[in-house]
Design a protein around this ligand. Structure first.
Ligand code: SF4
Length: 342
């Protein structure tokens, strides 16, 4: 038998073509897409308006799902971490952060990561492989199933395991499925991709799909940044920020700059002033992230006084600067603690 086609790895237009090539009328593909993404079904037998023959043909030729939910860990603050198994036995994690009216899923884009940022557990574990588009899309389907019909998933962030722009082809395809009205129908305004700043890929993606960007800076000078993030040697701050200035953002979009505060490394008032200086003139907001320590972590968390002082300097320089509340720390799901992250 020929290899099974993984349905969620196909863009809606490609799935339509595939169904037509199988000799089925075009409306069958529309029905199938509805089952996959509106009804969130992963069993052909439940797709009741498809003919019995077509269901049997699908069972022989197609594969669902791409990820299998193995376990869900729930923190005291309501944050849920999904442990998911992939087709080849590899495992990934995604995290659902419930803040009342806003429910955000943090998805992974790679198994591991090759970029080796020194503060990040994923980076230390090394790179195994890229996720396919279907494996990214299916993380959203799992979270929607978990929430049920009463609660809606409102936002998506690509901030889990891996650097999404190092997997540009599959991430772009996943975003097409996620934002298509024949797919998961997410507004581009509700999707944010976090990157350490792979410059050409960043420019290419935003030209194709105008989602929001969160750029991980974590330092205001090249020396400190290169020490924390080896990618800075390839794309130093000047080049990265020049690219950010060139981004054609839809009106009212701003680029978020993430800044991880590490005690005694990058959290002084002088660093805050330097950061304000290099970001001047950009449509930017700054998200400060106090470091979440984990066993054996090489850095310490900045004191809350330091964090407040840093934030005030940015605000005095007319930037919107927020401090990210830590969520999911009890289940190792907070930023930097998944085997993760930006
Ligand atoms: S912070 Fe992001 S890019 Fe850096 S090692 Fe971790 S997952 Fe990779």
């Amino acid at each position: 038998m020929s290899e099974l086609v993984s349905l969620k790895d196909l863009r809606p237009a490609d799935l339509e073509l595939w169904v037509q090539e199988a000799g089925q009328p075009a409306f069958r593909a529309r029905q199938l897409l509805r089952w996959l993404y509106s009804q969130n079904s992963e069993d052909f037998q439940t797709m009741s308006d498809l003919s019995k023959d077509f269901r049997a043909w699908l069972a022989q030729n197609a594969r669902l799902p791409c990820v299998v939910r193995e376990q869900v860990l729930t923190d005291e603050d309501g944050t849920r971490k999904f442990l998911l198994r992939l087709h080849d036995g590899e495992r990934i994690e995604s995290v659902l952060i419930d803040e009342g009216r806003r429910r955000t899923l943090c998805v992974s884009s790679q198994v591991g990561c090759a970029l080796g940022c020194h503060f990040c557990l994923t980076g230390q574990a090394g790179f195994k492989r890229n996720l396919t588009a279907g494996e990214i899309v299916d993380q959203v389907c799992v979270a929607r199933r978990e929430l049920g019909s009463e609660e809606r998933l409102t936002n998506l962030v690509f901030m889990g395991m891996g650097e999404p722009l190092a997997n540009l082809k599959e991430v772009t395809k996943a975003l097409e499925i996620i934002t298509s009205d024949r797919g998961l129908n997410f507004s581009t305004r509700r999707v944010t991709l976090s990157t350490v700043g792979l410059v050409p890929e960043m420019l290419q993606l935003i030209r194709l799909i105008p989602i929001k960007l969160a750029v991980s800076l974590h330092a205001a000078d090249n020396e400190t940044r290169s020490r924390l993030m080896p990618i800075n040697r390839r794309y130093p701050l000047e080049e990265l920020l020049a690219a950010c200035r060139r981004l054609e953002l839809p009106s009212r979009h701003r680029t978020t700059f993430e800044y991880l505060l590490l005690a005694g490394v990058n959290d002084s008032p002088e660093e805050a002033r330097k950061l304000a200086k290099i970001l001047r003139g950009l449509r930017a907001k700054i998200n400060l992230i106090p470091f979440n320590e984990y066993p054996g972590a090489p850095f310490r968390r900045s004191s809350s006084t330091r964090v407040a002082e840093f934030q005030k300097i940015l605000q005095d320089n007319h930037f919107t600067a927020t401090t990210r509340q830590s969520r999911g720390a009890g289940i190792m799901a907070a930023c930097g603690q998944l085997t993760h992250s930006h």
